[in-house]
Design a protein around this ligand. Structure first.
Ligand code: PEP
Ligand code: MN
Length: 332
């Protein structure tokens, strides 16, 4: 149950109601929002005078539920907004990892030439093997900050574990929580207290319920700038890296109020399929596309097989522009 308390409610009463329901409390527009387990369905009569509005749910998808707001949230992404009635699709791109100044400069030049605003690259990489490239760490964050300074991009970069979450929050405009970190309570709770927009990726073995409940950890901490990202789930199929769950995306669009971004690169795992998938995603109507590009994909230190080279990315970008025009979508 979500309870909107009246602005004037005395702090002692706020505490009494919060304690009674063992609710999570956060502040919005100078008043308090309490969220209890969905198992609470009714309000004690003695608390009613302090309550402005109350919402009841049938699962712990609450703050993220479409039934709560009856509309899509508008979420800040750098200097722009996605979701709501913006009809904006954010183009988020860059290499899988920041590898060197020369490499990230080359990526920056591509973005600049196309007018793209969101530079995405990882510097704390959650690799499956400890013996592969793990990312440049803080040095990579500094290179990304340099690109922001020089070109004005908004920086999207990921947090791998809670040991460096403060640093990523400080350097990034948008903090990405990767598929493997989706359940990390330390990361979720710290991002819940940050001002950054959070791009939360779906774990590749996570149900939609678990995915959206992970977003609830961030929302209920008071950070309402959350974006969901579908990046493929694991199925019996081995010819592609993962399976992009477009049915799941349809569900998220129908039942949640959060913007949804799609990542065809990690889902496909092979560059050849990414352009077709990206166009399919845009046709479906999504709030953003996360696509990996590298100046020299064969030399990439991570995810080499799935990254588009710059010419391939440019060709894709132009075809998306045509599609966006036909669909009355604003590419940002
Ligand atoms: C990435 O975005 O580079 C990444 C590691 O993705 P995921 O967490 O979806 O595997
Ligand atoms: Mn990657």
């Amino acid at each position: 149950m979500i309870i909107h308390l009246k602005k004037s409610t005395d702090p002692d009463i706020v505490k009494k109601i919060t304690d009674f329901y063992k609710a999570i409390k956060f502040e919005r527009n100078e008043s308090f929002v309490l969220v209890t387990s969905f198992k609470h369905k009714t309000l004690e009569e003695r608390f009613q005078p302090y309550v402005a509005e109350q919402f009841v749910f049938d699962s712990d998808i609450q703050l993220a539920s479409i039934d709560y707001l009856n509309k899509k949230r508008t979420v800040r992404l750098g200097n722009d907004f996605i979701g709501g009635d913006t009809r904006a699709t954010a183009m988020i791109t860059g290499p899988c990892s920041v590898e060197s100044e020369e490499q990230i400069e080359a990526s920056a030049a591509l973005l600049k030439s196309l007018g793209i605003k969101y530079l995405r690259a990882g510097s704390f990489k959650p690799r499956t093997s400890p013996y592969t490239f793990q990312g440049l760490g803080i040095d990579g964050l500094k290179l990304l900050a340099k690109m922001r300074e020089k070109y004005g991009f908004a920086i999207v970069t990921e947090v791998r574990d809670s040991s460096h979450v403060e640093e990523v929050i400080a350097y990034a405009d948008v903090v990405q929580i990767g598929a493997k970190a989706m359940y990390d309570q330390g990361i979720l709770r710290k991002c819940a207290k940050a001002n950054n927009t959070v791009l939360l990726k779906r774990g590749f073995g996570s149900s939609l319920q678990e995915f959206v409940q992970a977003a609830e950890f961030i929302l209920s901490g008071g950070n309402e700038n959350v974006v969901l990202c579908e990046r493929g789930i694991r199925t019996f199929e081995t010819k592609t890296r993962f399976t992009l769950d477009l049915c799941g995306v349809a569900y998220l669009k129908e039942y949640t109020n959060l913007p949804v971004i799609l990542d065809p690169s990690h889902a496909m795992g092979h560059a050849y399929g990414v352009p077709d998938l990206a166009r399919a995603c845009m046709a479906m109507g999504v709030d953003g596309l996360l696509i990996e590009t590298h100046p020299e994909p064969s030399k990439a230190q991570s995810d080499a097989g799935q990254q588009l080279n710059h010419d391939q990315y440019k060709t894709l970008y132009e075809s998306l522009q045509g599609l966006a025009g036909a669909l009355n979508i604003k590419m940002i």
